[in-house]
Design a protein around this ligand. Structure first.
Ligand SMILES: [Zn+2]
Length: 593
């Protein structure tokens, strides 16, 4: 070892020795999906509580993460075992009469990819601190250091400050929790954009082009400045898992974890879906990580954290994701309109939109509701939050004579409400008023605190657009149910409230076997229904919990093609100006259908 290396080794070890809370993760037998975690705390109290979180950030659901903990033990600095008690599912009280520093050690089972909390196998480990790291509430705001013991060929990555190949530090537990670690055998690409540095860390094989991904992410991150004009980070890590069944993504303060099935990075439609997810998670770096509503601003890891504004955190993020891609040239205007049309169509067809407001939906996101009941009686913070953001953007643009829209509002949230200062509903209305000179009190009561009702014809016309069915679209008979093949039968997965199927008394789980006495299968359902028209009565034979029953259904109607968003024939100057102010690009006039 030469002198410089020896000196830096000494500095590194003293750096981590100086950290108040020290974690060591032993991953020497990853093939068994387990890690041994040691947490060293400073001591000084005769009694200390240590806790495991009950949920992880970004997923507003109780997960009871203590369920993977075994072999809990505690020793003090002189190696003496300390006594402890397991109080409730996620907290332990340690008795430390000598007041010495002490180390808590436990094993964690980590074999769950889809929740993006903890997954360890012989090729990698993904470690979100909520899934592995206990904390002492007394030391939650103290600085932490993490060292990993991993197989020789593994490399480690995280959004945290690096202090060695497998060593990271963070200002406190909250930063640790929002800086997951990916360690293993990964493909890594790096790029810089402006003054920020980025890493793309990919685990798993798949049909992706890593170079193309890095190039496109570079374009996308740059477009974020149209909204925020500033970054809350110096370094950002895109972690990607190309895997078997898991699909989803989670935002963190300066990193994201994106999971997709390994062969869903192509063709174009799938790749665009990857880019939308990446843009969504990147938008979160500001919206929910840099500024966050009251109620969730300081995370309480032991219980649900309530706010009526999660629709801003999620819905506005969905709203901005495609704008970033459009502005970065990664999405065509046609693809942007297709995305918008799909969202408007599904919003209009969702019975829950008349029942629940986005404020209520935000408050209730912690409650898992059965799918069919949810669709008929709820909205979700993502898709309905998108619609509320869309409507608010257009109102602000109109109210301000195109001087300020929803992007400016978010820029102000970033400027005025950086954490730890949260924002509330009044703050959002005040910012909208300061930017436009108009009051938003009435709009808020009607569109946020009540179910939102948007006149899309009127709204889109402002930007020179229309929402309509293709001229070739024909009326066909509609049932109001959705189905999936199961055991070779037509198995109902959704029954829309007040639809033909609803009125006929059909239920999710019913298995239709015949129409008017003749056998029907998943592959013949469409052609059989095409024999009938609106108003026709059909008798459905179906199994309901094994019993054969008959139901009479009076068919309604629907279009056989999806509706489109497109430019009006001759947009006015005012419409073109509105479009430009809204999206930052010119409206491309498409050829006629
Ligand atoms: Zn999100």
């Amino acid at each position: 070892m030469n002198k410089i290396i020896a000196l830096s080794a000494l500095l590194l070890s003293s750096n981590s020795a100086l950290a108040t809370v020290k974690y060591h993760i032993d991953l020497s037998t990853p093939q068994h999906h387990t890690a041994t975690v040691s947490m060293t705390l400073p001591g000084g109290s005769s009694e200390s509580d240590v806790l495991m979180p009950a949920w992880r950030t970004g997923k507003y659901k109780i997960l009871d993460l203590a369920n993977g903990v075994r072999q809990f033990s505690v020793i003090n600095a002189t190696g003496k075992s300390l006594s402890w008690q397991h109080n409730d599912k996620a907290s332990w009280t340690i008795s430390n009469p000598s007041l010495q520093p002490f180390t808590v050690t436990y094993k964690v089972y980590a074999n769950d990819l889809g929740t993006r909390t903890r997954h360890i196998d012989d090729s990698h480990a993904f470690l979100d601190a909520t899934g592995l790291f206990m904390y002492d509430p007394k030391h939650q705001q103290d600085d932490v250091a993490v060292t990993l013991n991993v197989p020789k060929e593994w490399r480690s990555y995280a959004g945290m400050e690096r202090k060695g190949p497998h060593k990271f530090v963070a200002d406190n537990y909250d930063v640790l929790v929002d800086s997951p670690i990916e360690t293993g055998i990964n493909q890594v690409l790096e790029f810089s954009q402006g003054e920020q540095d980025y890493q793309l860390v990919i685990w798993g094989e798949g049909n992706y082009d890593a170079k193309q991904m890095a190039d496109d992410l570079q374009k996308m991150v740059s477009a974020s400045q149209n909204i925020w004009q500033g970054y809350p980070f110096e370094k950002y890590v895109f972690m990607v898992h190309a895997t078997t069944a898991s699909r989803g993504a989670t935002e963190h303060i300066n990193s994201t974890i994106i999971q997709r099935k390994r062969f869903t990075f192509a063709p174009r439609k799938e790749y665009l879906s990857f880019l939308k997810t990446a843009a969504h998670e990147f938008v979160h770096t500001w919206n929910v990580k840099a500024y966050r509503p009251e109620g969730v601003a300081q995370y309480d890891y032991q219980q649900e954290n309530y706010t009526d504004l999660l629709w801003i955190s999620e819905g506005s993020t969905s709203y901005f994701q495609s704008q970033l891609l459009l502005q970065a040239g990664l999405m065509t205007q046609k693809e942007f309109f297709e995305d918008l049309a799909k969202r408007i169509d599904s919003h209009q067809k969702k019975p829950g939109k008349k029942v629940q407001s986005v404020a209520q939906s935000s408050h209730e996101s912690w409650i898992a509701m059965p799918g069919d009941f949810a669709n008929n009686n709820s909205v979700n913070i993502y898709s309905e939050g998108f619609m509320a953001s869309f409507a608010l953007d257009f109102k602000m643009l109109a109210d301000s004579n195109l001087k300020a829209g929803y992007s400016e509002l978010h820029r102000q949230l970033f400027k005025q409400h950086r954490l730890p200062k949260p924002f509330n509903a009044q703050d959002v209305q005040d910012i909208a008023q300061s930017l436009t000179g108009k009051s938003y009190q009435q709009w808020w009561a009607s569109n946020v605190e009540s179910p939102i009702a948007i006149d899309f014809d009127q709204l889109l016309a402002k930007a020179g657009l229309k929402f309509s069915y293709p001229k070739k679209a024909k009326q066909i008979a509609a049932t109001g149910f959705s189905s999936k093949a199961k055991d070779g039968l037509v198995n109902l997965t959704r029954v829309l409230a007040n639809s033909a199927a609803w009125n006929a008394g059909l239920n999710v789980g019913d298995q239709i076997v015949a129409i008017n006495g003749l056998k029907v299968t998943p592959s013949t359902l469409k052609v059989r229904l095409a024999q009938y028209s609106e108003g026709d009565s059909i008798v459905l034979s179906l199994f309901r919990r094994d019993r054969l029953v008959e139901k009479t259904l009076v068919l309604s109607q629907e279009k056989d093609k999806k509706p489109l968003v497109s430019a009006v024939d001759k947009p006015t100057k005012a419409q073109l100006a509105f479009f430009k102010a809204w999206l930052g690009v010119d409206l491309a006039l498409a050829k006629k259908e």
